[in-house]
Write a protein that binds this ligand. Structure first.
Ligand SMILES: [Zn+2]
Ligand SMILES: [Zn+2]
Length: 286
């Protein structure tokens, strides 16, 4: 399949432009900060927890240091707070920066809060989650890639991310039968893991089939829904355009379509940015 650019996608999906550009601004700000990589754990110490289904970031045996991810997040919050071209975003980020800046242990607290920990009640949790995972996925990139090489996928097959424990944000189908495989995609740390083709990744019902709604002209994106729980997962049936089509924001219009059909989003989302988006008109989808 030919390579799709973000700009071409935004031209054919004009209603996604505000969210697409907001994400691009944040990604550029994160890229400018460089990467402070989290150190790799001792994999042999992680094996028992992995077999038990403990996500890597929650594993006491792995003892992963999340402070580098926390420090990168704090730097990103400060950078976004000074983005004079995006005033609404900057003012929310300023309030976050002031709140977090008052705590000497903020880097550690943010690092622990991101994968579902406690100890923080930030003024804009949706924005902090978005900025935090944008930064943390860069910090954790080497760990996520090394973990994927080390682990035996057959031993996981669970409905949550083996690295950070999040529910999937999207799915992907890869290859052709008989070797076709389904992966679940984490919207937070960026990991992908294999999952049974016919099982619902929310209620775990396996009726041997999911209802598929293929959408014309959407480059292989489709909705896979479960008749038991009415949950759905946006799924990219294809390869080559992962960066764009598995980004979740690029298919927010399919969430609207699913909602119109009475389906419920149970997938994790980093787009709990409603105040920011409604001010730019992104919620109006024709
Ligand atoms: Zn994850
Ligand atoms: Zn279900």
């Amino acid at each position: 399949m030919s390579r799709l650019t973000r700009e071409a996608w935004l031209e054919s999906h004009a209603y996604l432009r505000p969210v697409g550009e907001l994400c691009a601004r944040i990604e550029r700000a994160a890229a400018d900060l460089g990467v402070e990589a989290a150190p790799l754990p001792d994999w042999s110490a992680c094996a028992a927890d992995y077999r038990e289904g403990v996500p890597l970031l929650a594993s006491a045996a792995a003892a992963l240091d999340l402070e580098p991810a926390g420090r990168m997040t704090l730097r990103l919050v400060v950078a976004v707070a000074s983005d004079t071209a995006a005033r609404r975003l900057a003012s929310e980020a300023s309030a976050l920066a002031a709140d977090l800046g008052a705590r000497p242990d903020a880097a550690r607290l943010v690092g622990e809060w991101l994968p579902g920990g406690e100890g923080l009640e930030p003024p804009s949790p949706g924005l902090l989650r978005h900025l935090g995972w944008t930064a943390a996925s860069r910090s954790l990139g080497p760990v996520v890639r090394a973990f994927a090489r080390w682990r035996d996928e057959d031993l996981w097959q669970r409905k949550y991310c083996p690295t950070c424990g999040s529910a999937p944000a999207m799915g992907q189908l890869v290859g052709v039968d008989p070797g076709r495989q389904r992966f679940l995609v984490c919207g937070g740390c960026g990991d992908r893991w294999r999952y049974r083709r016919t099982q619902c990744p929310f209620c775990e019902n396996d009726a041997q089939r999911l209802t598929v709604l293929a959408v014309e002209g959407e480059a292989g994106l489709r909705l896979d829904s479960c008749d038991a729980c009415r949950g759905y997962l946006k799924t990219y049936d294809g390869q080559g355009n992962e960066d764009l089509l598995l980004a979740d924001w690029s298919s927010l219009h399919l969430d609207v379509l699913a909602c119109d059909r009475g389906l419920q989003r149970r997938a994790a989302s980093l787009y709990d940015l409603e105040p920011l988006l409604s001010s730019s008109g992104a919620q109006r989808i024709d």
